[in-house]
Ligand binder design. Structure first.
Ligand code: SF4
Length: 335
């Protein structure tokens, strides 16, 4: 009953990949035993930069949930819900928007970076909705009385923004809201197959949790290796090879040591090295694929999990909203 509340989520803009697995999903599976966990499928937030492609967002809601379930997020321990189906969050966002200035949002380093990356969508002038998504995120967290939010370093300014909003709200209307804390993820960001710092759909350098064996084999064959290595007996440098980088994630200690030694000594062929890696990735993904297949064949179960999770999250948000409205003197007809 007294478990601390954790709130996390993802924008449903595509299936989840191994970067998500090592970056957050693995951790969420562990945390669900210790905390009361909520995971929101942030469709409203996804629309802030996909407003002209609602089909994409809708389609990916179930894809993302199937990825959650297939890696071991347990709906008996974790409440999975759809953001847009909690109208209280939209209402809270409106109230919170009075407590944040435009210039403060523009200065938020996470938002600044994202706006720069999305010039193709926004051009020179960003939308009000995208600029304000940290306000909506503050509503997501506080509506469920989230106390802990696991994040990567690049997301810390968003949690700081939530904390500022909470402090301002409480100083004006009374101590109603809980100030959440960021829990910095110890997992590092996984690089793409091409060596890019980020793994992502738009970059075409990701291995998805739902990729089949053949697709994984093909992708691994295309991974970046030491470009200086032409012949099999050329001494290589595993430190600049993505295959070696992924061996560190998927292969045993002994295998990793052998990869390094044999590569440096020119005693290992890149094709064999890649085949060994693909085998290990497939071995790790196999039970995930199997579980996913089950949910793909039973979409009614996915819907049920989402419906029940959304109902539970909404009840919690309603309780918070009642307190908020009372504090803001908006509780007409309820005295
Ligand atoms: Fe990379 Fe393996 Fe080739 Fe060395 S042998 S360059 S580690 S793929």
């Amino acid at each position: 009953m007294d478990k601390k509340i954790i709130v996390t989520g993802d924008r449903p803009t595509g299936r989840l990949h191994i970067g998500h697995y090592f970056g957050s999903l693995q951790n969420r599976v562990k945390l669900q035993d210790e905390y009361k966990s909520y995971i929101l499928v942030a469709d409203v937030q996804a629309l802030t930069d996909n407003f002209n492609n609602p089909e994409k967002v809708r389609k990916n809601v179930r894809e993302v949930v199937m990825d959650y379930l297939s890696v071991g997020i347990d709906p008996k321990k974790t409440t999975i819900y759809i953001q847009s189906m909690i109208p209280e969050v939209a209402e809270l966002t409106v109230y919170y928007s009075n407590l944040v200035t435009i210039s403060r949002l523009e200065r938020n380093p996470t938002v600044k970076t994202e706006i720069a990356q999305k010039k193709d969508i926004f051009g020179e002038s960003v939308t009000y909705g995208f600029l304000g998504y940290p306000v909506s995120q503050a509503a997501d967290i506080t509506a469920l009385e989230g106390e802990l939010v696991p994040v990567g370093e690049d997301q810390l300014p968003l949690i700081e923004q939530t904390r500022e909003i909470v402090r301002k709200f409480n100083s004006i209307y009374g101590e109603i809201l809980k100030e959440p804390e960021a829990v910095l993820s110890t997992q590092k960001r996984i690089k793409g197959l091409d060596g890019n710092e980020k793994m992502g759909k738009s970059l075409g350098n990701a291995i998805y949790l739902s990729d089949d064996e053949e697709v994984v084999n093909k992708k691994v064959m295309g991974a970046l290796t030491d470009p200086g290595r032409i012949k099999k007996d050329d001494p290589g440098n595993p430190n600049i090879c993505m295959v070696s980088y992924y061996h560190n994630l998927f292969s045993s200690k002994e295998e990793v040591e052998a990869v390094c030694e044999e590569c440096k000594a020119g005693k290992r062929g890149c094709v064999a090295c890649k085949k060994q890696l693909a085998k290990n990735i497939n071995k790790m993904l196999e039970p995930i694929r199997e579980k996913r297949k089950y949910y793909e064949e039973h979409p009614e179960l996915v819907d049920k999990i989402l419906e029940e999770g959304t109902k539970e999250a909404r009840n919690k948000a309603k309780e918070t909203m009642k307190k908020v409205k009372k504090a803001m003197k908006l509780d007409y007809f309820e005295q």
